[in-house]
Design a binder for this molecule. Structure first.
Ligand code: SF4
Length: 478
């Protein structure tokens, strides 16, 4: 009987995609996916270290999994991702029932680590590499299911050279490296042939793609492109109806990328643009390399290029030294750039980052109060935006049952808002298909829509509204 595996994922979209790559590799080894750990012979936990909580959750999970191992002899347990990359052998030593640990550059080794574990050898592989081999992964196996019909991630670059003072990613994901364009385009064509209609390009600073090669005049030898050129090439692939990218860094928007938002038909009118803080003083301590006004100008240029474009963001409150006035600057930028939604966090120091030992920490109750005020403002802006969409039309990529409203179908519109359908669509609209929808109501979390009988000429992506209901998954940070 085939070995059954389950991959459990913490953290951002990059981790979700890494888990998909591991699952696909295991399918190619003849294994089958189990719906949960209880049913699996092999459990892989893909970890995140961006927030302290995720790290603690891993250690408590590993403690509980002693029993899981005991229940069925021969079971194999592995840990990968950012905590694995940082802690390496220490995790293996701390948990004797753990069989293997693999780092963020070593996904390809998982099948060999599983085989070794089944022969009784425990191992850690967290070597960092500059090699492009890590992008060389097999095509989707026929047995692989992404769990997200009609959509797929495509990795275009990995790592980060920015070293923001609060962020551990450059240490867990390594230095910035861009994937040759041919591999990206081949993967996109294969996905489109397999029925995928929406591609999301992934990278820690995705719009930095190719920049080092462009600057050094070596794009031809390495096979990369400028990011806007890559988008243009992907936009021309038949079958791809929607293109997205996440997460961009504000300083890597050049004229060509702004123009791409005006000109590329399939490039969705949504940019997740991390702001982090609206105070120049705090931005400097964070080493973000832009000012609040730079961010405002960028937002204006994007909105001018594509008037229906929606901006969402990541925001941190309570960074060391943040005063009430600094925090109010953040509220002002959130309002000025019309943010429609945001992931909001209270700062927590991460070991090994430059901000770890910064003085002037903000009292927890002050940080909590600021977080609540920020969330309240963001909620108001989300609802106002959603209400403004009522009466309009959009195109929804159907994804499946809504989590909030049992029985209702849900999907995402071009602006990446959740749209829940108030009634089942007529005909055979299945998850993974695009559906013309009229927006009839709005909540703080989603738009409510009714499927339209057929697409009229005005139902192009340019009219797009938006949707909402999968778990809120952090974008790959920038
Ligand atoms: S926040 Fe983004 S840009 Fe800054 S170091 Fe982390 S991954 Fe890099």
């Amino acid at each position: 009987m085939a070995l059954r595996f389950h991959v459990h994922t913490y953290g951002c979209q990059m981790n979700v995609h890494d888990s998909q790559k591991v699952a696909n590799l295991l399918h190619h080894e003849g294994m089958e996916q189990a719906d949960d750990a209880g049913d699996a012979d092999l459990l892989v936990i893909n970890t995140c270290s961006i927030r302290e909580k995720a790290e603690h959750r891993l250690y408590s999970d590993l403690g509980r999994l002693r029993e899981w191992k005991r229940e069925r002899p021969g079971r194999v347990l592995g840990v990968g991702g950012c905590v694995a990359q940082q802690e390496g052998d220490a995790v293996l030593r701390r948990f004797p029932h753990l069989d293997f640990v693999f780092g963020t550059h070593n996904l390809r080794l998982v099948p060999a680590l599983v085989a070794a574990a089944r022969d009784g050898t425990r191992a850690t592989r967290v070597d960092e590499t500059r090699s492009l081999d890590r992008f060389d992964l097999p095509e989707r196996h026929p047995g692989f299911e992404s769990g997200s019909p009609g959509r797929a991630f495509v990795t275009v670059m990995e790592g980060c050279d920015m070293f923001c003072s609060f962020c551990i990613v450059p240490r867990t994901r390594g230095r910035e490296i861009s994937r040759p364009a041919n591999g990206i385009l081949d993967e996109a064509r294969a996905l489109a042939d397999a029925g995928v209609v929406e591609l999301t390009l992934l990278g820690q600073t995705v719009n930095a793609y190719g920049r080092h090669d462009v600057r050094r005049g070596r794009t031809e030898t390495v096979g990369t492109l400028a990011f806007a050129e890559l988008l243009t090439a992907l936009d021309a692939i038949p079958g791809v109806s929607r293109l997205r990218y996440t997460s961009p860094h504000p300083i890597f928007f050049d004229e060509a990328l702004i123009r791409a938002h005006a000109e590329l038909e399939r490039l969705c009118p949504h940019v997740h643009l991390p702001l982090q803080s609206g105070s120049d003083r705090v931005l400097e301590r964070m080493r973000r390399r832009y000012t609040a006004d730079d961010f405002r100008r960028l937002a204006d240029r994007l909105h001018a290029a594509r008037p229906d474009l929606v901006l969402t963001s990541d925001l941190i409150v309570g960074f060391p030294g943040e005063t009430e006035a600094d925090f109010e600057h953040t509220l002002a930028v959130v309002r000025d750039v019309d943010l429609v939604d945001a992931y909001t966090f209270k700062y927590s120091p991460r070991p090994g980052t430059a901000a770890e030992d910064l003085p002037d920490s903000v009292a927890p109750e002050v940080a909590q109060e600021r977080l609540e005020r920020l969330q309240s403002q963001v909620r108001d802006q989300t609802l106002a935006y959603h209400r403004g969409r009522v009466g309009g039309t959009t195109e929804v990529l159907l994804l499946g049952a809504s989590r909030r409203d049992t029985g209702a179908l849900s999907g995402r519109d071009p602006q990446h808002r959740v749209v829940n359908l108030a009634a089942p669509p007529s005909g055979d609209a299945a998850p993974g298909t695009l559906l013309p929808v009229e927006i009839v109501d709005a909540t703080p979390h989603s738009l409510i829509g009714l499927a339209r009988p057929s697409a009229g000429p005005e139902d192009s992506l340019r009219d797009g509204l938006r949707l909402a209901d999968e778990p809120r998954r952090m974008p790959a940070v920038a």
